[in-house]
Design a protein around this ligand. Structure first.
Ligand code: ATP
Length: 375
């Protein structure tokens, strides 16, 4: 059986779990969220990504009910949340600092919320045991928070947030306190738990790699607005703006003037006396319009001689090399002074000549190697 791709946002029949409808949030005369509309679907792992102060936490706090929109509506499962207090929403929020109760055991920390809702004892016990199994904490159940590791504490907080089986779990920088290795492991655990429980997760993170790893869709925000929402691959391969291209990963941005050459082909004249770069795009640009080509470093080949038949090729000089183990990034100055980053895998083949500082090299990329952007 063919595996069906999870993409409810492409299904016109799918009903969103969360709907932001023209939501604006002002603090005094400062606009933190600016007329934002966005649907999020059940079972999604939706990541909010953006620079500090762009409004990520404000969106989460409005979902949880700690803040009210100044204008617009937020619906959860079709119900308008206006006036619905946090404890009456099928939402749980795991905060940046997921304070556990230090005097309670892991077991009691997880049981805490369930006791408060007066869940019958046998049901409560079973639920806590389930959560312990899910987060692989069964053998730590009797320990106190200071007797377990940072990653384990993080899992306790997650178990506690999931215990009441919220429809929606909001995670604000949930892995912020973990070191890189543990953080990466925990990302996979989060994905696994999300899949097993079928809970919808909305996560806020500063870390773009994290967002790209865990999310079904990523929303890139800037100043209270969503600039682009797409799958991680689309955000990376088909950014819709210079802002998004620049925010996600490493990218070379070359500015020029557009000249249409075919239905979907453009020449981008980037420097006088040099052949324009050629690119394919579905966007429409006016003749002579200012445009940009965004090219990821790994899409650019570095070679000692001009590659035969290359669609885009330009000669330059290596000014810097960053050795990153499995790959090296070459910084190559091209005519006009622009420095282009090109990434090449380091193979062990001795026959392959390594480049060094001040070498003259050719950079080349294909017709679809770069994205054309209008602004
Ligand atoms: P970070 O990544 O740094 O946590 P963020 O994207 O989560 O940032 P928010 O916390 O949502 O940002 O804040 C968005 C903007 O709204 C910021 O400029 C912040 O200063 C402002 N803001 C947030 N809460 C309030 C408040 N209660 N009163 C006034 N301004 C606020």
């Amino acid at each position: 059986m063919a595996q069906t791709v999870f993409a409810p946002w492409n299904d016109p029949q799918a009903k969103p779990l969360i709907q932001f409808k023209n939501v604006t949030k002002r603090f005094g005369d400062f606009t933190a969220i600016d007329n934002l509309s966005q649907d999020i679907y059940e079972r999604e792992f939706f990541a909010l990504l953006g620079p500090s102060g762009c409004g990520k936490t404000t969106m989460m706090r409005m979902l949880a009910g700690f803040e009210n929109p100044t204008e617009g509506q937020i619906l959860i499962a079709g119900q308008d949340m206006a006036g619905v207090p946090p404890n009456e929403r099928a939402v749980n929020m795991m905060f940046q600092s997921y304070a556990l109760f230090p005097h309670l055991t892991v077991w009691d920390n997880i049981a805490f919320g369930l006791k408060r809702m007066n869940m019958p004892k046998d049901q409560l016990n079973a639920r806590v045991e389930d959560m312990l199994r899910l987060t692989r904490l069964t053998k730590f159940a009797k320990r106190k928070p200071h007797q377990i590791s940072g990653g384990q504490r993080q899992r306790v907080a997650l178990a506690r947030s999931l215990a009441r089986a919220p429809k929606l779990l909001l995670l604000d920088e949930p892995l912020g306190a973990l070191d890189k290795k543990l953080r990466e492991e925990t990302q996979f655990e989060l994905m696994d738990i999300q899949e097993k429980t079928g809970t919808t997760f909305v996560i806020v993170t500063h870390d773009q790699e994290e967002a790209m790893t865990v999310a079904s869709r990523v929303a890139v925000m800037d100043e209270g607005r969503i600039m682009q929402v797409a799958t991680p691959a689309n955000i990376y391969e088909e950014p819709n703006s210079v802002y998004v291209a620049d925010f996600i990963g490493d990218v070379n941005i070359i500015q020029g003037k557009a000249h249409k050459t075919s239905a979907d082909g453009y020449d981008i004249a980037w420097a006088e006396g040099h052949e324009p770069f050629h690119a394919k795009t579905s966007i429409q640009l006016d003749e002579g319009q200012n445009a940009f080509i965004a090219i990821r470093p790994e899409k650019i080949s570095v070679s000692p001689d001009k590659p035969e038949g290359a669609v885009n090729a330009i000669k330059g000089q290596i000014v810097d090399i960053a050795y990153l183990g499995n790959v090296s990034t070459y910084h190559v100055r091209i005519p006009g002074g622009l420095v282009i980053k090109a990434q090449a895998a380091n193979t062990r083949r001795l026959s392959r000549r390594a480049f060094t500082w001040e070498d003259e090299v050719w950079l080349s990329w294909t017709l679809t190697g770069g994205s054309v952007l209008s602004e």
